[in-house]
Design a protein. Structure first.
Length: 125
């Protein structure tokens, strides 16, 4: 039996936008709400270079990575051709306006990805 964890109200997620969910371990989970009020959950991590998908544009049932414009399916986490790769998905349930994630999955799924390090470019001296 699945133990569902309440996250927020569906209206707390912008229509055609996203909301990030922090976890004790691992990267955040991004909740996406489509124009038709469907809700999806992906690791907030682009399969190309780890960009934050939650900052991308939602269109239909896809999101465009804000860094490299890869198109990622919200339903499967799969990059659309010609790009290749995928980002982990999470089970999500919407009930009576509340959005829920599987508590066990939230605590244990996709913990190995890390955000790429950014900083000043090294210049030859």
């Amino acid at each position: 039996m699945t133990d569902w964890k309440y996250i927020c109200q569906i209206t707390d997620i912008p229509r055609q936008g996203a909301r990030r969910v922090a976890r004790p371990q691992g990267l955040e989970v991004a909740l996406f709400r489509t124009g038709a009020d469907a809700v999806y959950a992906l690791l907030d991590y682009s399969p190309y270079k780890g960009g934050p998908l939650s900052q991308g544009m939602v269109f239909g049932t896809n999101v465009a990575c804000p860094l490299h414009n890869w198109t990622i399916s919200l339903a499967s986490g799969q990059a659309l051709a010609p790009d290749e790769g995928s980002t982990p998905t999470f089970q999500v349930k919407v009930e009576d306006g509340g959005v829920y994630l599987d508590a066990e999955e939230l605590a244990s799924h996709a913990l190995t990805q890390t955000r790429p390090l950014a900083g000043p470019a090294l210049r030859p001296t």
